[in-house]
Design a protein around this ligand. Structure first.
Ligand SMILES: [Mn+2]
Length: 347
């Protein structure tokens, strides 16, 4: 048994176990939770999957119903401090997780850590999908995996890497190769095809008509309550345009705005730019190539600005700052200029 698996099992033994995903779970979150649930089951540890938000979106609903996955909204569970919580596809203290009353003991995630937390067991590996990390527990420990579990994990892996176009690492490729031979290809194809509901089509097309482009940066606004999938789809679509290398899509979520950000350029780190752009008014962060953010309207209640304009300015400023930094780093003359000017300053 690998040290990782041993550490994971040790961290949850002896208590009721809840596997919690980020709010509004996406396919990778659900897949990771199910994979972990089956892994624990193999060791006779029963775990309940829970979440906050909804699982009504097409890409999730299909997954949940076709595999009979049981997931419970956190408010419907009576979780006490005596219960143990394992985070998957998310980390405690992030803005996209609503904490329960349980004690968080472990975390399996593939996102960079935004705020540290002292887990009993922590497995954070930066890769394309959390499902890859969960799959690795099976293969590294020679634990047999059934067809359904393989199909579910592969679906999570495919969706989070946008069919191996986004953030793919060696681990993802290795897990793909292993999962592929075990999965049900027909079922996987059906799941992958059904991504959007007809009811979302109007919001999608409306959002496309709002796209504006400044200097390689695209913005789109969804003028209604928008699911993560819808915002992400609009954002992904923007990158298909030749003129756009950095995309920002946002729409209403609760009493605020939810953001999805994508970058095709190495020096434009989506996570850093989003965190800078929303500084003081909201929260944001994530990977270099994809990030998310949230702006609660309560934070800007007294603000006296045009919101759309303000947001675009903030993102553009953050992008320009990153570009300048890049120019400086790639131009030794500029760096020595700065050094020279600093010297003058010191004299
Ligand atoms: Mn994920």
């Amino acid at each position: 048994m690998t040290n990782r698996l041993e550490g994971l099992l040790d961290s949850v033994r002896g208590h009721r176990v809840f596997i919690q995903t980020h709010n509004f779970p996406d396919p990778d979150a659900v897949a990771s939770a199910v994979g972990l649930q089956r892994l624990l089951e193999y060791f006779s540890i029963k775990a309940t999957i829970c979440y906050k938000g909804t699982v009504s979106k097409a890409s999730i609903a299909g997954l949940v119903t076709s595999f009979g996955i049981e997931m419970t909204e956190i408010d419907k569970l009576d979780i006490t401090p005596d219960d143990y919580v394992v985070n998957v596809d998310v980390q405690t203290n992030n803005s996209n997780i609503t904490e329960s009353d349980g004690t968080t003991v472990a975390c399996i995630d593939h996102h960079p850590t935004v705020s540290a937390y002292d887990y009993r067991f922590r497995d954070v590996r930066i890769c394309g999908a959390c499902a890859s990390i969960v799959a690795d527990y099976f293969f590294s420990n020679d634990i047999a995996m059934d067809t359904d579990t393989a199909t579910i994990l592969l679906y999570g892996l495919k969706m989070d890497t946008e069919s191996f176009n986004r953030g793919v690492t060696d681990l993802d490729i290795e897990m793909f190769r292993k999962l592929f031979y075990l999965c049900d290809e027909d079922k996987l194809k059906k799941l992958t095809n059904h991504q959007m509901e007809f009811s979302e089509l109007k919001a999608y097309t409306d959002a496309l008509s709002t796209i504006t482009v400044y200097d390689g940066v695209g913005f789109a606004f969804i003028n209604s309550q928008a699911s993560d999938g819808l915002i992400a789809s609009v954002c992904d679509f923007m990158l298909t345009l030749v003129e756009i290398q950095f995309a920002v899509a946002y729409g209403y979520r609760g009493n605020g705005l939810k953001f999805s950000i994508r970058s095709e350029l190495d020096y434009l780190d989506a996570g850093t730019i989003t965190s800078n752009a929303l500084e003081d008014i909201g929260t944001g962060g994530g990977h270099a190539i994809m990030a998310g953010g949230y702006l609660p309207f309560d934070n800007i209640m007294d603000a006296d600005f045009d919101l759309q304009e303000e947001l675009q300015n903030r993102f553009m400023n953050a992008v320009y700052f990153s570009r300048e930094l890049q120019n400086m780093l790639s131009d030794p003359a500029a760096v020595s200029d700065i050094v020279a000017s600093t010297d003058v300053h010191n004299e």
